[in-house]
Design a protein around this ligand. Structure first.
Ligand SMILES: Cc1ncc(COP(=O)(O)O)c(C=O)c1O
Length: 448
């Protein structure tokens, strides 16, 4: 087969199969720059969806796809779960937003505090972005220190304090063991990067050196374990947590994605007790949400009942009752048995993919954590951002489209995918077989 033949064939088939998505896309870009949001786009245009039910999506052409992306990992119990739908409908009957608390937010807060050992108090907002913004602000306010530390490659939302060194070009990123702080987007406050210290993920000696030299000015260390994206490094989170404690630096665990791993979150799986934790995604049951919480003595600075404390957090739609009801109903489904089921399917996927990768001649690997998974064209599971960017990415798009053609919808980068509870082991086997045949087809071209 000529180089590129099957890959261009895959694209031609996509164009033939998706005329309605193309029309919808053209209409959308006339009024929204490039489409509804950055993360939706992939070439040549994204599939537009009509509906979702359980672990399946139906696109506007009427094709059924197994949903392995689950709305950027936010959907865990599947689409239109009966208990979640019932909770949403019951809440809607009371009105949408009423200008005061309705009590459902207390129930969700209680549920979270019951699940996550480090959580004594929690506050709700509208996105993971807001959650990290408020957690960092609280950390700066409490410690009186100006800077924060985050890991290279860590994404914590879209605001100036964290959009630093998220995906820096290697030419600007500096020494892998002492990375340079690189602003992620244009238009940020010119000094934004000056307040952020960048740490190399996975190397505790290098992290210790950097933290020690900035200790007196660091308010917090923001740590996202990148579950399902980076291979876990044994003992690393505990070591970071001890280092932070030693220097009076607050540890903020970003569990916007990682809360998918266990009833008590990622922190339960590694035995770390952060000072503050941020949440989002699944906690809203499919509705916009963010939450941040932790030690009572820190969070109680936000208690302004007796008068201004200088600290403040609010928001027109924060603690939105419908999101609270959907989130609560979702969490109620997430029993220990549910996590066991998700973990079992994750292990099935990992062993199936590993066997598939062994049959192909180029470097391929996957990272699976609980129900989260990523596929990479790399010889070994990446342990940090620098490993990640070393991978070949030219095959991502053809493999993504080939999987789509076979009825499996993944993230278009092939990273940060997620299984959901309504999936059956047959869906997982189907996905493994689809990955195998996608690789067979795409790699036959020889070059990305
Ligand atoms: C670890 C992490 N933190 C924060 C965010 C930001 O959340 P949101 O997109 O809800 O603003 C994300 C989003 O993907 C994330 O993955």
């Amino acid at each position: 087969m000529a180089v590129g033949e099957s890959q261009s064939g895959i694209m031609d088939s996509y164009l033939d199969a998706t005329p309605r998505s193309r029309v919808a896309h053209e209409r959308s870009v006339a009024v929204m720059p490039g489409g509804a949001k950055g993360a939706y786009h992939y070439a040549p245009y994204p599939v537009f969806f009509e509906s979702g039910d359980g672990c399946r999506l139906v696109d506007v052409e009427g094709r059924t796809l197994v949903d392995c992306a689950n709305h950027h990992t936010a959907q865990i119990v599947g689409h239109r779960h009966p208990a979640v739908m019932a909770a949403i409908e019951a809440q809607l009957k009371r009105g949408v937003v009423l200008g005061g608390p309705t009590g459902v937010e207390t129930e969700l807060a209680e549920e979270l505090c019951d699940r996550v050992e480090s959580l004594e108090r929690v506050r709700f907002c509208n996105s993971g972005t807001e959650a990290t913004l408020h957690a960092i602000r609280l950390a700066r306010g409490v410690t009186g220190r100006p800077k924060i530390a985050k890991f290279e490659g860590g994404y914590h939302g879209s605001h100036d304090a964290v959009e630093i060194s998220v995906a820096p070009p290697l030419g600007e990123a500096g020494d892998p063991l002492a990375p340079t702080a690189v602003p992620g987007v244009v238009g940020m406050a010119p000094a934004a990067a000056e307040d952020v210290v960048i740490l190399p993920y996975g190397n505790i000696d290098a992290v210790t050196g950097i933290v020690e030299s900035h200790a007196a000015e660091l308010a917090c260390i923001l740590l996202d374990p990148k579950a399902g994206m980076l291979a876990p490094v044994d003992g690393f989170a505990v070591a970071v947590s001890e280092l932070a404690r030693e220097h009076g630096i607050l540890l903020v665990a970003d569990e916007v994605v990682a809360f998918r791993l266990a009833r008590g979150g990622w922190q339960q799986t590694v035995g770390v007790t952060p000072d503050l934790t941020t949440f989002g995604k699944l906690v809203g049951g499919g509705f916009p949400i963010g939450a941040f919480g932790g030690r009572a003595d820190l969070m109680d600075r936000l208690d302004t009942r007796a008068g201004p404390t200088g600290f403040f957090q609010s928001g027109t739609f924060s603690a939105h009752p419908v999101a609270m009801a959907a989130g609560l109903a979702t969490l109620k489904q997430l029993t220990p048995e549910a996590f066991e089921r998700l973990d079992r399917m994750g292990r099935q996927l990992e062993s199936g993919l590993t066997a598939v990768f062994g049959r192909h001649e180029i470097p391929l690997t996957c990272v699976v954590a609980g129900s989260l998974f990523s596929l990479y064209f790399l010889p070994d599971p990446p342990r940090c951002y620098r490993d990640l960017v070393a991978g070949e990415r030219g095959w991502n798009s053809p493999v993504f489209h080939s999987l789509l053609q076979q009825g499996y919808f993944l993230s278009h980068s092939l990273a940060m995918n997620a299984l959901s509870l309504p999936m059956e082991s047959g869906d997982v086997d189907g996905l493994i077989a689809a990955v195998d045949s996608s690789l067979e087809r795409v790699l036959s071209d020889g070059q990305p």
